[in-house]
Each structure stands twice: as C-alpha cells, then as structure tokens.
Design a binder for this molecule. Structure first.
Ligand SMILES: O=C(O)CCC(=O)C(=O)O
Length: 310
C-alpha cells in the first residue's frame, strides 16, 4: 500500500536539518487499521515473556517489558527513586508495555510493514534506492500511565552501520501532549556523539550486562534537568501521521496521564542504501546472536531484514 501523497521537499529538508520530521496524513487509514489490529494482538498475548532473551541475545520471539513491574521492582532497591522516568508526583502506575522485535514473529505485523507505505517514505527522506526493514518496537501506555520514555538515542541499540537509518513512529491513536507525545532534540543527530543505551527506566541511567561493552560511549545528557539548553520539539499526532527521526536523534516521550486516551504506537526501523550489518558491542537487541551475518554484510543476506523498496 502506497502513501497517500509524496513526501514534500520541505519535509525532506526538515528531516535532514532537524533529524526529525512529522509527516501529516501520509499513511492510508486502512493500513493504520491493519497495523492497529496486529499490534493489539501482540499486546493481548498471554504467554509468559522471556526477559532472559535480553541478556542471552538468542531470542526468536522478541522481548516484552512491563514497565510498571520493572520500575516497581527497582523502586524497592533504588538509591535514588527520584531518578525513575515517571511523571512528577506519580508512583509507577497504569499499564505500560514495550514489545521489542514483535515483527519477527507476528506475521500480521510483518506483512503490514512489508506491504505498507513506510519503505517509500524512508527512501524519500534518506535519498535511498533501496530500503530494508531492520526491526520494530511497540509501545502501549494506557490512560493513567505515569511512565515516561527516557531520552535516548537509537544508534547504540541497532546492529547496523552506515548513515541512512530512519525510525518511523506510527501512532494508531490520537496522541496529545498529556497522553504520551513524543519529544525530540532538534539537531542532535549532527552532534557526532554516540550515547550509551538507556536503561529505559531512569532519566539518564544506562543499560549494560555481561557481554555488552558501553564504556567507550558518552553518558546520556541530563536533558530534563536542563531542558532550556536544548531545542526540544514535541509533537501531537493522529492516525495517518508518521514522525520520522534519524537514528542519532535524541528522543523520548511523556507518560499518558490523560483520563481516557489509549496511546499505542509502532516504531519501525528502516535501513537505506549505505547501511550494512554490525554486531555492535553496545547493543542489547534480544536477537543479536541469532543473525547469521558478518560485519559489513548487506542486510539482504538475511531473511529477517526483508527488502521493502528497490
Ligand atoms: O513511544 C515511545 O514512547 C518511544 C518511541 C521510541 O523510543 C522510538 O520510536 O525509538
């Protein structure tokens, strides 16, 4: 299914300059409906989810994180509970789920990405002749969820090298400032810095476990504490819109403190012309040891990274 219109020159220029662009009304609503149905099936699954996948890197079924459960556990032992990425004055509350890599096992999602409009949008923004699907994440924040997504950069997580990596954030609900709007630090893709991967539960805490190497990366900057020093843009969005960011752009989101608005979104990661595989030492991808590729190999050599364009 193709986009409802071409990406404009202005949108391409904004993406290159700011490292993020909100492209309005470009996704066919029938396709968004299909994506919503598939996403909800993933959120509704009842099987136990294997968090050890994150540590072993051997997962073939992604990984689910229940953010409230994780934060509640951490709160019992945290030295500085104030550092948890929560809306001010709130305890960890409201259902909040992150599903990592569900497109690898859920055929409905995978086919929606494969036949959908995102590939050609990424091709236009990155001036690429070909685009492959890298992976995806789904985010659910139910009304009353205090859980913020801490500021982070995607690059240290991805098993990729190159420059043309575009991340498409696709809301399937209306998202307002109080229901989990995304925020981006404009221009941060041009700073030339790769940051440590966020632990996703504290404001600037980083993720590491045996086997990962993050020491040569920069600490995450304390953006919330110094918000005026950064050029932050926050986007409300609705079904049909896509917000696309460069994988180096710092971004995060608010909790969903609205009374009744569900906030579900897919983050779909796409790789353009100059991108090849890299078993990145800082990457906690749950599937990092299941890919049969060597550093520098084209993504086409693995079925898990299907070609969407070209
Ligand atoms: O939806 C969110 O809260 C976070 C999305 C995100 O981090 C991403 O798209 O890379």
């Amino acid at each position: 299914m193709t986009p409802t219109r071409d990406v404009s020159d202005d949108e391409i220029e904004t993406y290159r300059r700011d490292g993020v662009v909100a492209i309005r009304g470009v996704l066919p609503l029938e396709w968004v409906d299909r994506l919503r149905t598939a996403m909800q099936q993933v959120f509704d699954r009842t099987t136990d989810v294997d968090r050890t996948a994150l540590v072993t890197g051997q997962s073939t079924a992604g990984a689910r994180t229940d953010m409230v459960e994780r934060m509640t556990t951490l709160l019992r032992t945290a030295d500085d509970p104030g550092a948890l990425a929560l809306e001010a004055g709130h305890a960890p509350e409201g259902r909040s789920i992150v599903e990592t890599d569900p497109g690898s096992w859920h055929e409905g999602l995978r086919s929606a990405y494969r036949d959908g409009p995102l590939g050609s949008i990424a091709a236009a923004l990155t001036a690429s002749e070909r685009v492959n699907l890298y992976s995806d994440q789904l985010f659910l924040k139910e009304p009353g969820s205090s859980v913020r997504t801490p500021w982070h950069q995607d690059k240290p997580y991805f098993l990729l090298q190159g420059t043309k990596v575009a991340v498409c954030w696709v809301p399937v609900d209306v998202v307002r400032l109080d229901s989990g709007a995304m925020g981006y630090v404009r221009g941060s893709h041009r700073w030339g810095t790769t940051y440590k991967p966020s632990d996703f539960v504290t404001s600037t805490g980083t993720m590491s476990f045996p086997g990962l190497a993050i020491d040569d990366l920069a600490d995450l900057p304390p953006i919330d504490a110094n918000a005026d020093d950064y050029d932050i843009v926050r986007f409300e969005a609705e079904p049909g819109d896509v917000i696309v960011h460069d994988w180096r752009t710092l971004h995060g989101s608010a909790g969903n403190v609205s009374a009744d608005r569900l906030r579900r979104a897919a983050s779909v990661r796409l790789a353009g012309d100059d991108v090849t595989f890299l078993l990145r030492r800082s990457s906690p991808e749950p599937f990092r040891h299941t890919v049969d590729l060597r550093d520098g190999d084209p993504l086409d050599r693995s079925d898990r990274f299907p070609r969407l364009v070209g």
